[in-house]
Design a protein. Structure first.
Length: 341
């Protein structure tokens, strides 16, 4: 009897200690987590069918899906001691887990690596204008030129290099990121010309037999607006479970306009017989940019462009666009993924 009571006390003591070691934590997860965990769990066709039916049902909890998630986390190294639990609240998109602190740390690491939790994408951009001599000094035109991060650092130490803009913006995955540092210029795209000659006028606008230079006018029409400065448009998608990012990039610089007069010369209407020139100035916008689609690791810096604005005055000025995408949690902290140049 004494041995039985002693054994019971030992068992109760072990159970009590185990309960003290367990912690309960709640995690918010992204809608894409269901498909990722189903794949990671190695579920067969029947199990996948049950899980999909459960997710489409109106119940808040998904018990068959919880089994697959538990199996998926086990494949990542999470252990499930006695009294450890995992629950899924579909309505709130929350994962309720009770486990030891050590196992919870492994679980959280797996959630970050598989991007199960909601996260943001950030794009850090640098718009750079550099003289040809500066690019040659850092080996930009060489076949084995330095990696992008190193290239950027070396360029900043050169003369004839300026950073035009350095936007750093955030969005949800798949959302369009737009950052502008611009001024707006309004200009006409068409002109109406009004000419009234005093020699043939039948109205009181001008005296008969005289000349009327004041009656010659140009009226601008069809105004439009053009942005001048730096413009960044980019969309970042996350491919699969890894930190491989897919980017649609449109980065460009629009310089101050060069004005060209496309004016009209009309027959002599002035008293001295000289022709009348009607001004019709139009802007020509020097610009340089890049539009591309590419893939990169989170935290990886890439360089694009290396183009001029197409003007004779700017033939030695090259525009480069350094782009670094990152993944952040909802608090703005960088997710611990591997990236490089």
């Amino acid at each position: 009897m004494k041995q039985t009571l002693l054994g019971l006390a030992v068992l109760l003591g072990v159970a009590f200690c185990r309960a003290e070691e367990l912690e309960s934590r709640s995690y918010r997860f992204a809608p894409s987590a269901y498909a990722k965990m189903l794949l990671r769990s190695g579920a067969d066709e029947e199990e996948r069918g049950k899980s999909l039916q459960e997710l489409e049902a109106g119940d808040d909890f998904a018990f068959d899906t919880e089994v697959l998630w538990r199996r998926a986390f086990s494949s990542c190294g999470v252990q499930w001691p006695v009294d450890a639990r995992l629950g899924i609240d579909k309505r709130r998109s929350r994962l309720e887990v009770t486990n030891t602190p050590a196992n919870l740390a492994v679980l959280e690491k797996a959630m970050r690596e598989m991007l199960l939790m909601p996260f943001l994408v950030e794009v850090d951009a640098r718009f750079v204008r550099a003289k040809r001599a500066a690019l040659e000094a850092v080996g930009y035109f060489e076949f084995d030129r330095p990696p992008a991060k190193e290239l950027y650092s070396k360029l900043l130490a050169q003369k004839g290099v300026s950073v035009l803009a350095s936007p750093c913006v955030q969005s949800i995955p798949g959302g369009q990121i737009l950052a502008k540092g611009v001024t707006e210029l309004s200009y006409p795209r068409d002109f109406d010309v009004w000419i009234v000659c005093g020699r043939c006028a039948t109205t009181n606008d001008a005296p008969k037999g005289g000349t009327c230079p004041e009656s010659v006018a140009v009226e601008p029409q069809d105004f439009t607006v053009r942005e001048i400065g730096t413009i960044l448009e980019v969309t970042v998608d996350v491919e699969g479970e890894a930190d491989l990012l897919s980017l649609d990039l449109d980065a460009r610089y629009v310089g101050q306009p060069l004005w060209k007069d496309f004016g009209l010369t009309v027959p002599p209407l002035r008293p001295d017989g000289s022709p009348t020139v009607l001004p019709m100035q139009q802007p020509i916008f020097p610009s340089a940019g890049v539009r591309t689609h590419y893939e990169a690791q989170a935290g990886e810096t890439s360089v694009h462009g290396g183009v001029t604005d197409g003007t004779e005055a700017g033939k030695d000025d090259f525009y480069l666009f350094f782009i670094t995408p990152r993944l952040l949690d909802l608090e703005g902290k960088a997710l611990p993924v591997d990236g490089g140049s």
